[in-house]
Every structure is written in structure tokens, then in C-alpha cells.
Design a protein around this ligand. Structure first.
Ligand code: AMP
Ligand code: MG
Length: 334
């Protein structure tokens, strides 16, 4: 009996081994959702790559604020839509965005479209919006103006959705699910500052570098991840400089002006990439002290990097973060 059991176990182990050894690595990099996307996975053929790419493009077509034909643009234009007229993904993402907006007291606010449309961070000659345009836009922001009930979504007071602070995380979750559904275990999905680490890399956790905000070619350190996402919000990801001042894309929901505090980046680790994405933006807006307290109170794992080159961690990040740069100071938690 014992021998039979042993043989069965051996057969299972050998089958798994041979199946894994037949896998090949596939990777591809492309541009979508306003960022560089790279997808890597181990599989028996390349076919899932095309599906991942189409999926990201489909999601972009739903969520883009600037594409006139997207579902979000239509909702912004018409101010209301029946749930049944919207795709399941749009409804899910708006619901999740609303929840994070509410949980963070509006530090993350998915209704800042009237503010964000006043800024163009990639323009040849970027401009700072006039104070009166910001004051006027402020009247048309605020997540409490997003009403969701069983049948209908409504934008009151002319608020406009901007899901740019969470959509890439949502896309990472969807790509991961697509690969999982195809039986793929190991892979790395990266959409700009959003990374999802599936399974392992050569049987070890993935080593995910955290960018040095002062020199984005370098990293300050890394986290070890498996079945987890790491999402970074930083003042270096999309910005312009004018008269020696930096204007970046994370806006203070009270003023519509880029957040100015002691932080240069926040990375959040979570199994749900949309959640990590929404909260990384929110923690950045809150600033170091309030952000760390919020992360602790809400059991979030995060790495905070300050403009004066200090690093702080909250939650399980303390166990997985390793400092590699000698230009930064890090005092691990006890
Ligand atoms: P992230 O890189 O995830 O931090 O998101 C930044 C993007 O989210 C910006 O490019 C805007 O589209 C949008 N955004 C800016 N400020 C906020 C905010 N306070 N709350 C929610 N979304 C924001
Ligand atoms: Mg975000």
C-alpha cells in the first residue's frame, strides 16, 4: 500500500517536473494606457501574449478619459448611464474607485477630471492653469457627487471621472487572471509603475526594484514578491519643470495643484493591483506622517521615499524590502 502511494507521488512529481521543463519564456513590450507595458510568462506557447495585449487595449478603450469614444468619456459627457449599458469592467472599476475615494476621505478621488483636464504634463510648452480655472473646476469635483445604485451611475454637479490613478492596476489584475485561467503560473506583468509578480522566477520570489526618484535608471532597493503586486506613485513619473519648479501629475484634490509634501514616491504591495494602485496615489497625497498612520490603521504594506532620501516601511514590506542604494537611509521597523 505504502509502495503504491509512493509511486503515485513520484509520478505526480515527475509529471509536474516534465511539464515545467517543457515551458518556454515569452516576453513582449508595447505601448498602451499611456505607458510602457511589458509582459513575461512561462508557457507552452505564445498565444496568450496576443490575448493579453488585446485585453489591455480593450480596457484602454473603455477607461480612457481622452478617447472620445470610451465608456468613461460617454459617461462624463452624458452624466448618467444605466448599469446595464456599461461593461462589467467599467462598473467594477468605478465601484472600486468610489470605495477607495470614500475610504481615503477623498485623498484618492476618482472625480478629478475637471482638474486633470487643465493640465498637460507632456505638452511641448506646458502651462500652469489660471487660478480662476482651478477655482471653477473645484466646484465640479468630489467623489460624493458620484452616485451609484443598483441600476444607475450618475455624476452630479458636472463632475468628470478620471480613473488614471487606478486603471493600470485594474488592467494588471485582469491580465494576471487571464494568464491564470490559461494555467500559467509564473510571470511578470508591468504597466509603468504597476507590477504584478505571478508565481516565481526560477523557483524564487521575483525581485522587484523600486525606482530611485532622483535617478529613475537606478533603484533604491527591492522587494521580494510572489502572487503580489507592487505599485508606485511618484513625482517623477509624469511632470514638467517651469521656472525651476516641478509640476507632477498627482493632484491635491482640494486645490487641483500638484501635491507638495516631503514625499517623492510611495509603493504599495497588495495581492490586488487596483487596490495597491488606488492606495499608492492616496498615500502620496496624504504625505509621510498621515500616510504612514493610514497605512498602519488599514493594514496596508507600503514603502515611503522622501525627498531628503529617507525610506520608511509599513506592514509586511519591512520583511521583504532590501536597501541597495548608499544614497538613501533606511531604519527597518522592529
Ligand atoms: P498614479 O500614478 O496611480 O498615482 O495616478 C496618477 C494619475 O491619477 C494622474 O495622472 C491623474 O490621472 C489621476 N490623479 C491625479 N491626482 C489624483 C488624486 N488625488 N486621486 C485620484 N486620481 C488622481
Ligand atoms: Mg495609483
Amino acid at each position: 500500500m505504502l509502495l503504491v502511494l509512493l509511486l503515485v507521488v513520484l509520478a505526480i512529481v515527475l509529471t509536474a517536473f516534465f511539464q515545467k521543463s517543457r515551458l518556454k519564456q515569452y516576453d513582449e513590450t508595447f505601448f498602451a494606457m499611456d505607458t510602457i507595458i511589458s509582459i513575461r510568462f512561462s508557457a507552452s506557447d505564445r498565444a496568450p501574449m496576443e490575448e493579453c495585449r488585446s485585453l489591455v487595449e480593450e480596457l484602454e478603450n473603455l477607461f480612457s478619459r481622452t478617447d472620445h469614444d470610451s465608456e468613461i468619456s460617454r459617461l462624463n459627457r452624458e452624466g448618467t448611464a444605466r448599469i446595464t449599458e456599461l461593461s462589467e469592467d467599467t462598473v467594477k472599476l468605478i465601484r472600486q474607485s468610489f470605495d477607495i475615494s470614500r475610504n481615503t476621505g477623498g485623498a484618492f478621488d476618482c472625480t478629478l477630471g475637471q482638474f486633470t483636464q487643465l493640465w498637460d504634463f507632456t505638452a511641448q510648452t506646458p502651462q500652469i492653469p489660471a487660478p480662476q480655472s482651478l477655482t471653477e473646476a473645484k466646484k465640479h469635483t468630489g467623489y460624493e457627487n458620484l452616485q451609484i445604485n443598483e441600476n444607475q451611475m450618475t455624476l452630479l454637479s458636472g463632475v468628470q471621472l478620471d480613473l488614471g490613478g487606478i486603471a493600470k492596476g485594474y488592467a494588471a489584475d485582469k491580465v494576471k487572471q487571464l494568464l491564470c485561467d490559461q494555467g500559467i503560473q509564473d510571470g511578470l506583468i508591468s504597466l509603468g509603475g504597476n507590477v504584478y509578480a505571478m508565481g516565481t522566477n526560477a523557483s524564487k520570489p521575483w525581485k522587484i526594484g523600486i525606482s530611485d526618484p532622483e535617478n529613475t535608471q537606478d533603484t533604491i532597493g527591492y522587494v521580494l514578491l510572489s502572487e503580489c503586486s507592487a505599485v508606485t506613485s511618484g513625482d517623477y513619473q509624469r511632470y514638467f519643470e517651469l521656472d525651476g519648479k516641478k509640476y507632477h501629475h498627482i493632484l491635491d484634490p482640494d486645490t487641483g495643484i500638484p501635491v507638495e509634501n516631503e514625499l517623492s514616491s510611495v509603493t504599495v504591495l497588495d495581492g490586488n493591483s487596483a487596490k495597491a494602485d488606488g492606495y499608492s496615489t492616496a498615500l502620496f497625497v496624504m504625505g509621510l506622517e498621515k500616510g504612514m498612520q493610514f497605512a498602519e490603521d488599514h493594514e496596508l504594506s507600503a514603502v515611503f521615499v522622501t525627498k531628503d532620501n529617507r525610506i520608511y516601511t509599513v506592514g509586511k514590506t519591512a520583511q521583504t524590502f532590501t536597501l541597495t542604494s548608499d544614497r538613501y537611509e533606511y531604519q527597518p521597523q522592529n
